[in-house]
Design a protein around this ligand. Sequence first.
Ligand SMILES: Cc1cc2nc3c(=O)[nH]c(=O)nc-3n(C[C@H](O)[C@H](O)[C@H](O)COP(=O)(O)OP(=O)(O)OC[C@H]3O[C@@H](n4cnc5c(N)ncnc54)[C@H](O)[C@@H]3O)c2cc1C
Length: 393
Amino acid sequence: MKTYDWIVVGGGITGAALSYELGRVGFSVLLLEPYPISDRASNATRYSYGGIPYWSGTTPLTRQLCTEGIDIQSHLTDELGADTEFRYLDLVLTIGLDEDVRRTLAGYRDGAIAPTLVSVSQACELEPLLDSKAIAGALLFKHAHVNPRRLVAAYCSAFQRHGGTLIHAKLERLLCDRHRTQGAIANGTTYHANNVAICAGGMSRQLLKDAGIHIKQYFTHAELIETKPVDLKLRALVMPATNQRMQFETDASQGEIDALWDESDRELAPPSIDPGAIQFLDRTIEIGQLSRLLTNPHAKVDAVQSEAKIRSQVGKVLPAIASLPGQWHSCLVAFSQDGLPLIGAVPDYANIHIFSGFTSPMVYVPTLARRFAAFANGASDDIIPQLSPLRFA
Ligand SMILES: Cc1cc2nc3c(=O)[nH]c(=O)nc-3n(C[C@H](O)[C@H](O)[C@H](O)COP(=O)(O)OP(=O)(O)OC[C@H]3O[C@@H](n4cnc5c(N)ncnc54)[C@H](O)[C@@H]3O)c2cc1C
């Protein structure tokens, strides 16, 4: 009977990076992910815009992680031996006609790098597909970008090249005895391990709940439209300067609302839309994003209505993009109460860990996966203990 040092559950960006890093420091690792990369219909990483907001740190902790994150991202193509499509591009954050331009700019004053306020004509020069009549101006960042699917593929192949095992199977349940796990059952097979790390994105809460473990992790149902490769050229990553989703998530995890997450089929707030779009190097475009706070991770929504809502809002800012043919998709995006990820052993179980709830995984995951693996291997770390899920206990 083989006993792995670690079983990692979930092969999105969090699980792929963590598996690679745990393997890199010498652990034997089994990564369980039900779907091949080409067929992950509901995986959040598959639909990520791929932006790396390395400029966004507002505290000494997040600034340090952003500095480390961009450094690692910029070297990953070489390190993993596969192209992640890392590049720099303009991030144009649109300011609506009903917004106060100065106040919107002031909202970014705590970030490590300040944006440049640009006029309507400058914004439209940077991104000619913007409708000049729909915005009062924009904030500009030199943004970093990666193709999330390629990044995950690169992490997974490097992981396997270094001896890691990837099995396409779905975790059915954790094997728990008192306050320890012995491993997991997936697709009817028992796998033994000394440690398990849950990296199942928005499903992490449910998987742990099934094992009787309650954690303060939540999820948004995110919806978007994905096009086939198109001739139209979208130069910048476009998003609104005032992001509805962030506030929405902060409100939905506080006080008495927190308790409602254990009730099935609740809608905790009306849906919100942050109109934006990104074109990847393969010329496909992602158009988003509608967010819903539904406590049932399997909740069904009216896709036709949702798609129409996204198109109508995006059409106000990027009219040519909004009318492109495309396919509607939805996925779950995990988040936490304080915007920082949950990393470490869960309450009452020394060897069941969570590595999830990242607000900006493209910048934070590579460095925190590296730090976590070194910490698990006995190195001291001043950051990992600060992100323990026990901070909410
Ligand atoms: C439209 C959109 C744009 C975004 N843009 C950005 C951006 O620009 N920058 C950024 O940093 N982030 C962005 N994000 C957020 C980012 O995509 C997610 O936070 C991130 O991909 C989550 O990664 P994950 O590994 O936690 O989850 P996922 O990618 O969802 O992966 C979880 C995996 O767990 C697997 N799983 C589930 N249940 C089981 C089980 N029982 N057994 C085994 N495996 C299981 C699933 O199959 C899945 O592959 C965006 C998200 C969306 C929706």
